[in-house]
Design a protein around this ligand. Sequence first.
Ligand SMILES: Nc1ncnc2c1ncn2[C@@H]1O[C@H](COP(=O)(O)OP(=O)(O)OP(=O)(O)O)[C@@H](O)[C@H]1O
Ligand SMILES: [Mg+2]
Length: 258
Amino acid sequence: MVKNIKAEVKNLTFSYDKAAPRPVLNSVSLPVFENSVTALIGPSGCGKSTLLRCFNRMHDLYGAVKYEGKIILQPSGFDILSNEVDPLEVRMKVGMVFQKPNPFPKSIYENVAYGLRIRGIKKKSYIDDKVEDSLKKAGLWREVNDRLKASASALSGGQQQRLCIARALATEPELLLLDEPTSALDPISTAHIEELVGELKKAVTILMVTHNLHQAGRASDFTAFMYLGDLIEFGESSQVFTNPKEEKTENYITGRFG
Ligand SMILES: Nc1ncnc2c1ncn2[C@@H]1O[C@H](COP(=O)(O)OP(=O)(O)OP(=O)(O)O)[C@@H](O)[C@H]1O
Ligand SMILES: [Mg+2]
């Protein structure tokens, strides 16, 4: 099946420190196909989280970082890394879920409504509908619909992570970034999230960092293998995992390093 490109990374070079002798990402280029899951894999420190965080300009929150190259959203042609673009605008288009569930110390309802409220949406019926719809998409509605006013902190870890996914979905992002979304969860919650990711891709394009190669094989359509800041190989996951083109990829997926 031919897929459209949702985002395109073009020769992205990135440094946390302008004076650093070598960048953390070296001229990375990568297509992100629409309505699919792309997994970013590679040994610890290779730059997976760094690359993911370029997509929502998260690095800008922490200091004077240096981007070269582009990340273009399609079909709009929106240039995520442009100096003229407000990072807040980027974060409206690109949602993110972190490794450790991080709900706000608010009710379940207010966690999901949060992004709508900061966009100035006030109409209660609209917010109610969006909260319900997002919780349904995140596979959490049936478990929480009778206690929306309860504190999010009373949920289990797996439920909290699905709440964070609902919170990210409420504002209808074009791209959803997941950084090791199941590494803090038990196997049952992990299976639940993987299943959910498979459903969500029908509505949103997903880019997911994972250390778990079985997860990447099971839950992704495309896989990008990174090593020391270089993108070594990109392809359909079935190809990358069964018939990698590069020796480094093969060594990694067969457990010879990393
Ligand atoms: N805030 C930061 N400031 C400076 N250097 C950083 C910062 N965050 C990460 N790095 C460095 O950038 C490189 C890539 O780190 P990154 O967190 O992207 O790796 P990763 O592939 O996500 O690793 P892991 O699998 O362990 O999460 C590492 O050498 C790391 O030390
Ligand atoms: Mg990481």
